[in-house]
Design a protein around this ligand. Sequence first.
Ligand code: PLP
Length: 406
Amino acid sequence: MHTRPIWAEISRSRLAANYRALQFAAAPHADLLAVVKADAYGHGVTLCAPWLVEAGAQWLGVTSVEEGLLVRKHCPQAHILVLCGFWPGDEDALIEHALTPTVWTEQHIALLARAAERRKLTAQSVPVHLEIDTGMTRQGAALAELPEVLEQLRAASALRLDGVFTHFASPEILNSPQNDAQQARFAQALTMVKAAGLHPAWVHAGNSSTLLAQDRLPALASLAGALGAKFLVRPGLALYGYALPFVQQDGSVVRPLPVELQPVLSWKTRVAALRTVERGTAVGYGATYVAQKAMRLALLPVGYADGFHRGLSSLGRVLVRGQHAPILGRVSMDLTVVDVSAVADVAVSEEVMLIGEQTAASAAASPNAEKKNVHVSAEDHAHWAGTIAYEILCGISVRVPRVGAT
Ligand SMILES: *Cc1c(COP(=O)(O)O)cnc(C)c1O
């Protein structure tokens, strides 16, 4: 039961519209692998994964076997790729629930080969995707390790190399020589795969930024084509309506996105209490804010334990009745105080938007007065908190129920 009024509304139509817009931007070179890891970037994977499948997604990407099992329950037909490898003990669940593991070490291959043998599986029945480390130096087989890994894969007759992929380190930097170098190494790796006599059905690379930048898609697709494979690009953040700005080598921001994306998540709460304070009144832990005049304050039942970033202290804003209400003093674990002095007629229980849009209350209450939207985005939170929208969205805690909306 949730009586504490804090929740996130997840828009089905916006998620579907973003998916379609991204699919259109990727065509004809790529299809999409929709990344739903980390509880669909905090949006609630049990809502989002089936909606993405409904919108046309054939492939979903998750972090772990645990996430994969949850998605499998809601998406019985989808291809589900476990992006971050797996651990000893995961093999049977992977095979039983048709989750496709990412592999890149000898241990991964040995564990799966043994599990397949135990289960008396026939040739080529366990699909795997091989990740190539082309320069990000995180996970994946480096080019130098590749011949051995490919040999081991060929020898493990129950396994089938269904996909090969890589991940770019700086996809939002345009014309980056590092991206070029990674792409060249990927091409080399794919040549080695072909020379080893392996025939993956899928080749994938790139994230939201790679897709939105578009310039690499034809070349990557033709690398896939040379192997007789289909090419996929793997957007995550953009599905949920956000994107990093593109920058040049020198860090300057370049051009607007080619696709209009709509934020899928609105984060809401309600005013818990109101009070008027005198000039000189200190607000919150550490008394970091002191009222410079008489003020009207609203208490909100949201704090950093909900994922409302403490970095928003005295910097961030929320929306009340279509107006911005600044956060005063420190965000505490469960509570935050905002200034509603400038907002007329605020009442206890009034809805407050932490992330989302409201229509500004028109000053002249005439029906013809132009309605203006005001908004606070996950990007704004990231800016105030000195982080990225990804972390803000994933950071909205389990204390905040995700509710499906139109
Ligand atoms: C998270 C992730 C993505 C999606 O990245 P976005 O920047 O959210 O689009 C794609 N590929 C891999 C391997 C990832 O881990």
